[in-house]
Design a binder for this molecule. Sequence first.
Ligand code: ATP
Ligand code: MG
Length: 222
Amino acid sequence: MRYFPGQFITFEGIEGTGKSTHARRLFAFLEENGYPVLFTAEPGGTEVGNQIRSILLHPQTGGIDAITELFLFEASRREHVLQVIQPALQSGRIVLCVRFCDSTIAYQGYGRGLSIEMIQYLNRLATNDLMPDLTLLLDIDPEEGLRRSFHHTSPQELRFEEEFLKKKEILCSIRNGFFKIAAEEPKRFKVVSTIESKEVVFEKIKNCVLSVIQDKKRRNMS
Ligand SMILES: Nc1ncnc2c1ncn2[C@@H]1O[C@H](COP(=O)(O)OP(=O)(O)OP(=O)(O)O)[C@@H](O)[C@H]1O
Ligand SMILES: [Mg+2]
């Protein structure tokens, strides 16, 4: 694993769990409190990444081959890591990123049935072995998540939601996949249910992140 002086925090989970909501809130909170912080999201985060994002999320793209889909996510990720995430971490910033490698394992691996080992290999290749310091796995019942997601997502980014509305079992496999990934790395993951109010959930997320930031600071000083 590569070492960088900043902190890398990712938000994972199925559609509508509140990743963007809580990552943005956390960004505002950390910035107000004087932390150097960057907010970003996948797929996207760069010029090329945003073009790839529109292919991946637009309903007109329809059903594409699972490996084609995997390559598109990894291509977006590589640009994102090289151009945005790695430089920010090197300059000591806290990077908050909505979705990263774990989403690819959950969706393309547990959801679409591609080999987990192959995806892990491509994740390592795309990221130069970069791993998050902390991953917040936000969780919600898939029906409720889809309901929330249809309510707030632009019609141009509903490809996955439209697919999962027809095939709810895929979304359940992805959710269980996330739980398996989290169970394999209990130190990196914090699982948070977002069924409670935004305020209650955010308080949990904030406390968890502050303790991870303090821990790393202490370790760096000793
Ligand atoms: N406790 C909660 N935490 C977070 N969001 C909540 C909560 N209760 C209701 N919501 C609503 O659910 C929606 C969550 O949307 P958000 O974009 O944050 O989710 P997401 O996980 O980023 O979804 P997507 O994967 O579709 O982008 C928002 O409209 C938010 O207001
Ligand atoms: Mg979102």
